[in-house]
Design a binder for this molecule. Structure first.
Ligand code: FAD
Ligand code: NAP
Length: 548
């Protein structure tokens, strides 16, 4: 429930804590658990929503599911929690994941230290007291030596600036800010802009309910079937029994998912074997299609083989050849943009009430009172769904209004793109820790595993700083420069930067600097680097002792 409005006194005074955490998704919940329940610190979590869950609180659009396997898309830090929770499906729907996160909040008694319906509007480092002073949209001020941003990589909705939106007489919604009461599509003419993971999940479900669905596609997207299904007791029991081994695998491999990347190269096998491997991965479904051959993301010819196979499978599904052509006119190698997985996406285009419109060839001119205008034609619409993604990774951080010593803002520091040390610390911003920040493996992984690693590292760093009477711990310029260069070098060795319209590069947001943001060196190796940094007494961080 929302907190009561602050009193005038509360507005004037500053509440003080040992640490402040922004966000109550996976990251913020775990940060609170570690810092308060394990270290005994006085912690306050600030959360814009009126409940926990983050991504799973906001993304209530039809068809919303995870596409990590349910039994791996969860906290791993407590075996008892793993053993007691029961997932219903391979890829559960949003309400089930939100239920899980609410269970976590209750199980570890987290709610009492979370201020809901409280958006952080500013965070300024006070040099005299070596504390962050945070301001909120409720007029409160809170201070703590340590500030942890757990604001998520995909929490700032991107609503494109299409002329005329204000004139639209129908209803419009963004998938990442979906109304809690739902949207009634019955009998409605619906236009959906965007064919990323979200649009691909939403289209089949909207099409079943709406009178007419028009999908506006700018860039065709690959997708592999999810092959979702209910889980049975025997499967669940087996995974729980194997948990120690699976956990070790997820914590040490490249992507935190419970599968292993093949050791075979694409052209080391015959064409027949290659096709059999793709067919098996397709039938098995899910994100592990990427793992069929180990050179898929570094060798263009290898990737072309996988792409050709996917194209062929999609063409076999979609009956209208022109639509099939539009859906498979890929302009980037497979998986260089985050690959969706789907349940009946391509089949949806065989329905009489679904139309695909190519806005790459003929861009949207404007939104009119009664629909979307394209090529001089108005496509009449009652509802527009923006499945247009997020200002990813840097967006939620820059919206916090962070200013370090001397009043230098994070926006100024990152004018040419984000620069971090390990995606955890930023030069010029002492005692600020960014969970899954740019420069970390984060969005390339099964995220709860990456989040746990980050939060554990940050909690240890704070414990170390407190034990060693440290006033400020701050990434050095040299460490941040070297790490950012390393992140770029690793990316350049792969095919990922060749996807020019990817949000990994910031390319989905007009004016955003084009920098490949996530770290491609692998979660296992990255964990080792972070552990080495901690063991060395925080190499690459400058440390200032407490005064007096
Ligand atoms: P979030 O869950 O995004 O939580 C951040 C919180 O910070 C939000 O509640 C937000 O309200 C709050 N916040 C932000 N700014 C402020 C502010 N200024 N003041 C106060 N509060 C603020 N990852 C996977 O690995 N597998 C998946 O299958 C998967 N599925 C996904 C499906 C969707 C639809 C989306 C959008 C993402 C998916 N992801 C998936 C990525 C997902 O974001 C992460 O897995 C994970 O949920 C992130 O948790 P988090 O706590 O870091 O951030
Ligand atoms: P996205 O991948 O960024 O896709 C946005 C779509 O909107 C793209 O098709 C994009 O076209 C289009 N678009 C953006 N701006 C546009 C404009 N101005 N005009 C026309 N089209 C425009 O966003 P998303 O689908 O919400 O997914 C974002 C990320 O969230 C995913 O990559 C994934 O990490 C996560 N996610 C995960 C799941 C899951 O795991 N179950 C589900 C949903 C989301 P272009 O490609 O041409 O830019």
């Amino acid at each position: 429930m929302p907190d009561a409005a602050p009193s005038p006194d509360a507005q004037a005074s500053i509440a003080t804590f040992d640490a402040l955490v922004i966000g109550a998704g996976f990251a913020g919940l775990y940060a609170l658990h570690l810092l308060r329940n394990q270290q005994g610190l006085k912690v306050r979590v600030l959360e814009a929503a009126d409940g926990v869950g983050g991504t799973w609180y906001w993304n209530r659009y039809p068809g919303a599911r995870c596409d990590s396997e349910s039994w791996s898309y969860c906290f791993q830090f407590d075996d008892a929690l793993v053993q007691e929770w029961t997932w219903s499906e391979r890829y559960p729907r949003q309400p089930e994941i939100l239920r899980y996160l609410n269970h976590v909040a209750d199980r570890y008694d987290l709610r009492r230290d979370i201020a809901f319906s409280t958006r952080v509007t500013g965070a300024r480092f006070d040099e005299a007291s070596d504390r962050w002073v945070v301001t909120t949209d409720r007029g409160e001020r809170l201070a703590a030596p340590f500030l942890i941003t757990a604001v998520g990589c995909l929490s700032a909705a991107n609503i494109p600036d299409i002329p005329g939106l204000a004139d639209f007489r129908g209803r419009w919604v963004h998938t990442g800010e979906w109304p809690h009461e739902g949207v009634d599509f019955r009998g409605k003419r619906v236009g959906m802009i965007g064919t990323g993971s979200t649009g691909i999940q939403a289209a089949p479900v909207i099409a079943e309910e709406a009178a007419q669905l028009t999908v506006f596609q700018r860039t065709p997207n690959y997708s592999v079937p999810a092959q979702n299904h209910p889980l049975d007791d025997a499967f669940r029991a087996r995974k729980k029994a194997e948990w120690p081994v699976l956990r070790r695998l997820m914590r040490s491999n490249t992507n935190g998912h419970p599968y292993t990347i093949s050791e075979r190269d694409t052209f080391s096998v015959s064409e027949e074997e290659r096709r059999a491997a793709y067919a098996q991965a397709w039938d098995q479904g899910g994100l592990s299609f990427r793992a069929t051959f180990r050179d898929m993301m570094v060798n263009k010819a290898a990737n072309d083989e996988a792409s050709a196979y996917i194209r062929e499978r999609i063409r076999a599904i979609v009956k209208d050849p022109r639509t099939a052509e539009l859906l498979t006119a890929f302009d980037h190698p497979f998986a260089t943009k985050r690959p969706p997985i789907d349940t009946g996406y391509f089949e949806t285009f065989n329905r009489d009430n679904v139309r695909l419109v190519d806005i790459r060839a003929t861009p949207i001119e404007r939104i009119a009172a009664d629909g979307i205008v394209i090529g001089g034609e108005t496509i009449p619409l009652d509802i527009i769904v923006f499945a247009t993604g997020f200002d990813a990774m840097t967006g939620p951080l820059l919206k916090l209004g962070i200013a370090g010593p001397g009043g230098r803002t994070l926006a100024e520091a990152w004018a040419e793109g984000p620069r971090t040390y390990l995606g955890l610390g930023v030069e010029g911003f002492p005692n600020l820790f960014t969970v899954t920040g740019p420069g970390s493996p984060s969005v390339l992984t099964n995220m709860p595993v990456a989040i746990e690693q980050h939060v554990e590292w940050i909690a240890s760093a704070i414990a170390w700083a407190r034990a060693n009477r440290v006033a400020r711990i701050e990434a050095t310029g040299e460490a941040a420069r070297n790490w950012t260069a390393h992140v770029n070098e690793v990316a350049e060795r792969t095919l990922y930067p060749t996807a020019k319209s990817s949000w990994y590069l910031g390319a989905n947001i007009p004016g955003k600097p084009r920098v490949f943001m996530p770290y491609l060196g692998g979660l296992g190796r990255y964990r080792e680097i972070c552990d080495e940094v901690a063991a060395s007494g925080y190499r690459g961080f400058a440390v200032t002792p407490l005064r007096g």
